[in-house]
Design a binder for this molecule. Structure first.
Ligand SMILES: Nc1ncnc2c1ncn2[C@@H]1O[C@H](COP(=O)(O)OP(=O)(O)OP(=O)(O)O)[C@@H](O)[C@H]1O
Ligand SMILES: O=P(O)(O)OC[C@H]1O[C@H](OP(=O)(O)OP(=O)(O)O)[C@H](O)[C@@H]1O
Ligand SMILES: O=C(O)c1cccnc1
Length: 477
């Protein structure tokens, strides 16, 4: 299904209005950014860019779409004709997927005909907000799991098929190692994994028969679900019987999955039983409405867990289910000249950053693996060896600093041009490694699950002066 109509009606009303009142090739630039990270975190892991680039690159309206828009009797024929010829005329600059991004930083900027970029607002936000939210949640969960493999199990609880598919990709970006979602595994070339459901056990006369039947079919992939009847009285003893039979036939068992009850207590006792029976390498997988905080707590209780299967709280980010990324006009072309644009608000933090911008990550000159701050600058500014900067966080009291001794790396990169040249990493594991590398360069305190430190984000003086000038002009001061 093409997604060109996946936009809000007001975007079409405005685009039709622009067509009727403004010059048709008037260019505009919009930025995507967010103001507050989910779960009171300090950053978001950017995700969704690959899908955005694919959508924008192939942007077009089918005859059926045009017929539907015509049937609404709301748009001019000339505008509808413009849409029949629509194709990508936009360029996109963006942070690569997997970049930890902080509030106010544009993680994507799109430039193109005003009508086109306006029509793309809803779809771009839909994709970026969803996938960045899930990638960030997956980072929380996998960081709590402390290098133990996490399988994404959420398809059945995701809010619809797209959320399951693209959520699985975002989960890999955020740190998961595999997914139970076979379609996502196929589409993104990632491992499809799984154990068994209680239905398998219930389909046989008893648990032992069910385990044996499984082990016969999958002798090298026997991860047995032990909680259908009683984990310690029945599940683990039966699993051990089958493990012994497997070993006698020359196979090593994978382990067990515990999906209910007090996981810490059950895992400790199951571990002891399997060790005593000669299976110290049999793994214990935990599942059952787990999230980052429960995983941390289980590990703090000393639960000997090797793997996690995580569904609903990952795929829906249920503890913080919205990333409110926004899409705001930064500049508009007028008679061949770009003019910076601003949205003013009574709340200082909601005043937008005007103009064509670049985000720099500053690394300590003497320790270049250590990021010390980000700076948002105007794109045509020269970043020298010294920057006078103002905190992007309006609540900071001592908000003016002089930054020196840094190496500045520009983060926004061109990923799509109107001639359809697209450069954008697709492989979610490559992106996962990029995310890990970038996170390792940030202060550890910004990555606490509870009350993390905020990473300093600054604006250059020129950007702040431009913002103030536009505020003054708009308020006639
Ligand atoms: N030792 C533990 N410490 C903290 N949380 C735990 C522990 N063991 C399980 N949990 C979590 O507690 C929540 C509720 O577990 P509960 O015992 O109610 O599940 P259950 O009723 O046994 O499972 P089910 O409803 O699937 O039969 C789940 O999110 C689970 O992951
Ligand atoms: O709990 P999640 O993190 O979403 O992980 C996925 C869950 O999906 C399955 O449950 P199922 O749908 O069979 O229902 P159940 O909760 O009764 O086990 C599985 O047994 C997990 O418990
Ligand atoms: O393979 C599993 O164990 C699995 C898959 C999806 C949901 N719950 C469990």
């Amino acid at each position: 299904m093409n997604h060109e109509l996946l936009t809000d009606m007001y975007e079409f009303s405005m685009a039709n209005g622009y067509y009727l009142t403004l010059s048709h090739d008037k260019q505009a630039r919009f930025d995507v950014f967010y103001r507050k990270a989910p779960d009171d975190g300090s950053f978001v892991i950017s995700a969704g860019l690959k899908q955005v680039v694919d959508e924008v690159k192939n942007w077009h309206f089918s005859p059926d779409d045009i017929a539907y828009l015509k049937s609404l009797k709301h748009f001019s024929d000339d505008f509808l004709f413009y849409l029949t010829e629509a194709h990508n005329r936009c360029s996109i600059e963006a942070l690569p997927e997997g970049t930890p991004v902080f509030p106010q930083e544009p993680f994507l900027s799109i430039t193109g005909p005003l009508m086109d970029v306006q029509l793309l607002e809803t779809l771009i936000l839909n994709i970026i907000n969803h996938q960045s939210l899930i990638a960030t949640k997956a980072w929380q969960i996998t960081s709590a799991a402390d290098n133990r493999p996490v399988m994404e199990f959420g398809a059945r609880r995701a809010q619809g098929p797209d959320a399951a598919i693209y959520g699985a990709r975002a989960a890999i970006i955020g740190g998961c190692g595999s997914t139970s979602n076979v379609l996502a595994a196929k589409l993104f070339n990632v491992p499809a994994v799984g154990t068994m459901a209680h239905a398998w056990i219930e389909s046989f006369p008893d648990e032992l028969t069910a385990f044996r039947a499984w082990a016969k079919i999958y002798p090298d992939n026997a991860a047995l679900l032990v909680d259908t009847y009683d984990v310690l009285q029945s599940g683990v003893p039966n699993a051990i019987k089958v493990f012994k039979e497997l070993r006698a036939a020359g196979h090593e068992p994978v382990g067990i999955r515990i999906d209910s009850g007090d996981i810490a207590q059950l895992a400790k006792q199951a571990r002891k039983m399997m060790d005593d029976a000669g299976f110290p390498d049999a793994k214990i997988t935990a599942s059952n409405a787990l999230d980052a905080h429960i995983i941390k707590s289980l590990l703090n209780q000393g639960a000997p867990l090797d793997n996690f299967g995580i569904g609903e709280r990952l795929i829906t980010s249920s503890s913080s289910p919205v990333l409110s990324g926004v899409y705001k006009m930064a500049a508009l072309e007028n008679k061949g000249k770009w003019e910076p644009k601003i949205k003013i608000s009574n709340s200082r933090e909601k005043v937008t950053l005007p103009g064509h911008k670049q985000v720099y990550r500053l690394y300590d000159k003497h320790d270049p693996q250590h990021a010390v701050a980000d700076v948002i600058a105007l794109a045509d500014e020269q970043i020298g060896s010294k920057i006078t900067a103002i905190s992007a966080d309006v609540h900071v009291t001592r908000n003016k600093v002089i930054l020196t001794d840094f190496i500045a790396k520009p983060l926004l990169q061109q990923v799509l041009t109107p001639d359809k040249t697209a450069t954008c990493e697709a492989n979610p594991f490559v992106i996962q490694r990029f995310a890990k590398k970038n996170l390792a360069q940030l202060p550890a305190a910004t990555q606490r699950l509870l009350n993390p430190d905020h990473f300093p984000v600054y604006l250059t003086k020129r950007l702040v002066d431009l913002q103030q000038k536009l505020i003054d002009e708009a308020t006639n001061m």
